[in-house]
Design a protein around this ligand. Structure first.
Ligand code: XBP
Ligand code: MG
Length: 228
C-alpha cells in the first residue's frame, strides 16, 4: 500500500459538477440578474477552465460587461454560498465505491490528503460528510494556492504538509487537468473517469478506471501497484 494518498474532490469523491456546481452557477447568475445559463454540455467544455471564479470571468468577458473580473468575484461568492448550502443539506452523495476505498485506506493505515481547486467554504463540510471529520489530515483548496490545477502547486503543498515523499504517494483524480497537476508534482496517479472526463487525454495515468466499484472494488493494495 502507498504511504499516503492525495484525493481530488470534484468528479472524484463525488459527481459534484453536473447537478451540483453547474446548478449553483446558474442560480447565482439568476440572483445577479445575468442573462447567462450553462447547459450540461456547455458546462462540460467550460470545465477546461479550472476554478469557478475564472470560469465565470471567462464567460462574462465574452458578454462585454465592463468589469468582468470584479463581477465574477461577486457572482462566485454567491455561487459558493449556494453550493455550500447544498452540501450542508446533504445534497452531494459520494461516488459508488469511494467510501469502501476510504475505509480500506484507513484500515491499512494509509495517510489521506486532499488537493482540490474548489473553495474551502464548501470543501470542508463536503469532506466531513463524505470522508468523516478528521479523515483527511491535510486539505489544500483553491484558496490556499497561487496557481490552480493543472499547475502542481496544490499537490506540492499537500506533500509538504503531509511530509511524505512523492515516490511513496498516489494521487486519485478524475480529469486531465488534475492528472497533469499530480504528475507534475511527481505523484503516480490513478484516474477514475466520469461522464465529463471519459474522453480526456489521460496519458501518464498509472491506472484508469471508470468506477471505484466496477469491474471490482478499488483497494489500497491496487493503489499501491501504481507506485513504480
Ligand atoms: C474542479 C474545479 C472547481 C469546481 C468548482 O476542481 O475546477 O473549480 O468546478 O468549484 P477539482 P469552485 O476537480 O480539482 O476538485 O467554484 O469552488 O472553484
Ligand atoms: Mg476533479
Amino acid at each position: 500500500v502507498p504511504e499516503a494518498v492525495v484525493l481530488d474532490v470534484d468528479g472524484t469523491l463525488a459527481d459534484t459538477e453536473r447537478d451540483g456546481h453547474r446548478v449553483a452557477f446558474n442560480d447565482a447568475f439568476a440572483v445577479h440578474g445575468l442573462d447567462l445559463r450553462w447547459d450540461v454540455e456547455h458546462y462540460g467544455e467550460l470545465l477546461a477552465i479550472t476554478g469557478g471564479r475564472r470560469r465565470i470571468a471567462a464567460a462574462l468577458r465574452a458578454t462585454g460587461v465592463d468589469d468582468p473580473d470584479g463581477l465574477a468575484a461577486e457572482v462566485h461568492r454567491t455561487k459558493t454560498a449556494l453550493f455550500t448550502d447544498v452540501v450542508r443539506r446533504g445534497g452531494i452523495a459520494p461516488r459508488p465505491g469511494l467510501p469502501a476505498l476510504v475505509d480500506d485506506l484507513r484500515a491499512r493505515g494509509v495517510r489521506i490528503g486532499v488537493a482540490t481547486t474548489g473553495r474551502r467554504a464548501w470543501v470542508e463540510p463536503l469532506l466531513d460528510h463524505l470522508l468523516g471529520p478528521g479523515t483527511a489530515e491535510v486539505v489544500v483548496c483553491g484558496d490556499d494556492v497561487a496557481a490552480l490545477k493543472p499547475d502542481p502547486e496544490a499537490y506540492r503543498v499537500a506533500l509538504a504538509r503531509l511530509a511524505v515523499d512523492a515516490a511513496a504517494t498516489v494521487a486519485v483524480e478524475d480529469s486531465g487537468p488534475g492528472l497533469r497537476a499530480a504528475l507534475a508534482a511527481g505523484l503516480a496517479t490513478v484516474v477514475v473517469t466520469n461522464d465529463y472526463t471519459a474522453d480526456h487525454d489521460l496519458t501518464g495515468a498509472a491506472i484508469v478506471r471508470e468506477a471505484f466499484d466496477a469491474p471490482d472494488q478499488l483497494t489500497a493494495d491496487e493503489l499501491g501497484t501504481a507506485l513504480v
